[in-house]
Design a protein around this ligand. Structure first.
Ligand code: CO
Length: 205
């Protein structure tokens, strides 16, 4: 088996830390004082969509959770805990669901092959497919159909966020949480705001 050399990352880290220390001697001590991120981002685990790289996020700026196909599952204590902490402790008012075209999780759910335990997770996306079956049936091109499904999956996770106790509690307290649906296209490097794309169309964001 090919041996992967991970030392380049540790080497890079040393150079990075030294460079930052040189440009701002207080940089790391400021980080120690605590975090005040301005938004929560839920993205896919895919190695090609790193939000920190794509969006230029500095340390301390965004609270981030990633899983396969950026799913909000109401039985996922991991994401629900992240969301609760973000809203109730970090006072975050903006939540971004950050999907991406070419998502393997979305494709696997669409192809409906057997993937073992992963199928339980992908069932969340199969619900999205069933929910929008008529709309998807109108698209003949498979690639365009999958792109549409990525968008619909991203939008559906916004709806799932609205059903969480954390979101409802925030509303009860008069906290206006703003939800954003973004999709990254790694064929162009650009991130699209679905609110812009679906402006005037009957899709809730
Ligand atoms: Co993905």
């Amino acid at each position: 088996m090919c041996q992967v050399n991970l030392n380049k990352y540790l080497d890079h880290n040393k150079v990075w830390a030294k460079k930052l220390n040189k440009s701002d001697a207080d940089y790391f001590s400021h980080l120690q004082e605590g975090q005040h991120p301005i938004a929560l981002l839920l993205g896919c685990s895919d190695s090609r969509v790193s939000p920190s790289t794509v969006l230029g996020i500095e340390l301390g700026e965004l609270f981030i959770h990633r899983n396969i196909a950026n799913v909000v599952s109401h039985t996922d204590l991991n994401f629900l805990s992240v969301m609760q902490y973000a809203v109730e402790n970090l006072n975050i008012k903006d939540i971004i669901v950050y999907g991406h075209y070419g998502c393997g999780g979305v494709k696997a759910a669409y192809e409906d092959k057997s993937n073992g335990m992963l199928d339980n997770w992908l069932a969340n996306i199969k619900d999205v497919i069933r929910h929008h079956q008529n709309e998807l049936n109108l698209i003949e091109d498979e690639e365009l159909k999958l792109q549409k499904l990525v968008e619909l999956n991203t939008l559906e996770q916004i709806e799932n966020i609205k059903q969480t106790s954390v979101y409802k509690n925030a509303l009860d307290k008069g906290i206006d949480l703003k939800l954003h649906a973004w999709v990254f296209d790694f064929s162009t490097g650009l991130v699209h705001d679905l609110k812009e794309k679906y402006k005037g169309k009957p899709v809730q964001v």
